[in-house]
Design a protein around this ligand. Structure first.
Ligand SMILES: Nc1ncnc2c1ncn2[C@@H]1O[C@H](COP(=O)(O)OP(=O)(O)OP(=O)(O)O)[C@@H](O)[C@H]1O
Ligand SMILES: [Mg+2]
Length: 417
């Protein structure tokens, strides 16, 4: 009997590491999530690795649990990359089609995408993705997939996503030392979008906003293309800090208060409850009203959303995305977040959870797992069954906007078994 292939996704966040394991059915080729595990992320601060050793130990703990759950050794993974060092720039590339019949083949597309990478990347930065937006052949513009068409001149408009070299090296090193060969490195918000947004939402125009502990990532789609990629250095840990200051408690208690009693004002409703701090820690004295807590939370959430809206305005999409704003990240569980999002963005808003993937695990239906699950879906769409990255063969086309850059690939290769 043919072996079911496993695809692992690993999301190393500031507060949590999450692993999702997908199993590809040898009969149908469909992927189902069969394992999920999460654990504390130590050694990461503000989305950046501060101690390789601590991160490696944290990854091993989560990996071991995932392996127990699926009853197999996980030897390779698609890893997410994020952090406020991520930048994006627009670029163009052009090549001549030398072939007598003028038919455009996959290697021509590869060449034009390579030409598009001839931009000035800041020192100490590497290209992570080249996302083709549209192609032109001679005078014909707005082509999504040029393979098989004819012409003498092929042009591409693309978006290049770059990350800091040191961060990429530390991340690949930590994942490699924890026992994973790296199949691919994927921008975490792109992976999240893979799991949460439908093609229709991407066509109509939608923003995916992932609220993590230390970062808020924004990805805006329109007509199926990515219009904006940003990672802001603010997140739900700022809410925790505000609670610690406002209620004069330590950070750990503030975090517990947020998760257990936190809500925005509309999420709270008419509650006038007074909570004793001794409920959370018997050494603590005093109490707080849930309304005051909600006021603290609301102020910070509004501020974070206003920062996101400013980014939407920079691409002329503030209040103008018909499919609205989709919130993900563990902090999207905060009651009442959607109402604040609707008000600040003046758009429809909802919570994004992994969809379009089979799983018997209830926990998957959570905005916290969108990245890990999206990495599995990404691997399923882009990796050949042996784990070899997609792109060197096959004719699946470029419509999925994917390509890992050669520079990153060569770093990743070091850790391949
Ligand atoms: N039920 C909950 N209600 C409200 N907030 C929550 C809940 N569960 C987790 N959070 C908050 O979500 C944040 C963590 O989100 P997440 O796990 O997505 O971040 P991360 O991936 O570790 O960080 P980053 O993406 O910034 O590197 C924490 O600030 C945590 O307090
Ligand atoms: Mg995260």
């Amino acid at each position: 009997m043919a072996h079911a292939e496993l695809i692992t996704g690993i999301d190393i966040g500031t507060s949590k590491i999450r692993i999702a394991v997908g199993e590809v059915s040898p009969d149908t080729g469909e992927v189902a999530i069969i394992g999920l595990s999460e654990g504390e992320s130590r050694g990461v601060s503000k989305g950046t690795i501060r101690s390789i050793e601590e991160v490696v130990l944290s990854i091993i703990a989560v990996k071991t649990r995932a392996e127990k759950m699926v009853g197999a050794t996980l030897s390779s993974a698609v890893a997410a990359i994020s952090g406020s060092h991520i930048t994006a720039q627009e670029t163009k590339g052009v090549v001549a089609i030398g072939r007598a019949d003028g038919e455009i083949r996959e290697d021509d597309v590869e060449r034009v995408l390579e030409a598009a990478q001839a931009v000035s990347v800041p020192p100490n930065y590497e290209i992570i993705h080249v996302l083709p937006r549209r192609f032109s052949i001679d005078n014909q513009t707005d082509i999504k997939d040029p393979i098989g068409m004819n012409g003498v001149r092929l042009e591409v408009e693309a978006q290049i996503i770059e990350g800091q070299t040191s961060h990429i090296k530390n991340l690949t090193k930590a994942v490699g030392l924890a026992g994973f060969a790296i199949d691919d490195l994927v921008l975490s918000s792109l992976a999240s979008a893979e799991a949460t947004l439908s093609d229709r939402q991407k066509d109509l125009g939608a923003a995916l906003v992932n609220i993590g502990a230390a970062t808020t990532s924004i990805l805006v789609f329109e007509e199926g293309d990515i219009m904006l990629v940003r990672v802001l250095p603010v997140g739900a840990s700022h809410i925790t800090n505000d609670i610690a200051i406002g209620l004069r408690t330590n950070i750990d208690i503030a975090e517990a208060i947020k998760v257990q009693y936190g809500a925005t004002l509309s999420g709270l409703g008419r509650s006038t409850d007074e909570i004793q701090l001794a409920n959370l820690d018997e050494r603590e004295e005093g109490s707080f009203s849930r309304k005051y807590l909600a006021e603290i939370i609301e102020a910070r959430v509004e501020e974070i959303f206003s920062m996101v809206d400013k980014e939407l305005r920079s691409v002329g999409r503030s209040g103008k995305l018909p499919a609205g704003v989709i919130l993900s990240g563990a902090a999207a569980e905060l009651p009442g977040l959607i109402e604040v999002a609707k008000r600040v963005f003046r758009l429809p808003a909802g919570i994004g959870v992994p969809s379009g993937v089979r799983s018997a695990i209830d926990k998957l239906a959570s905005p916290a797992y969108t990245t890990a699950c999206g990495l599995v879906l990404w691997g399923h769409a882009n990796l050949e069954p042996s784990g070899r990255p997609f792109g060197s063969g096959g004719m699946q086309g470029w419509s999925g906007l994917r390509l890992i850059s050669e520079q990153v690939r060569s770093m990743v290769r070091i850790f391949k078994s």
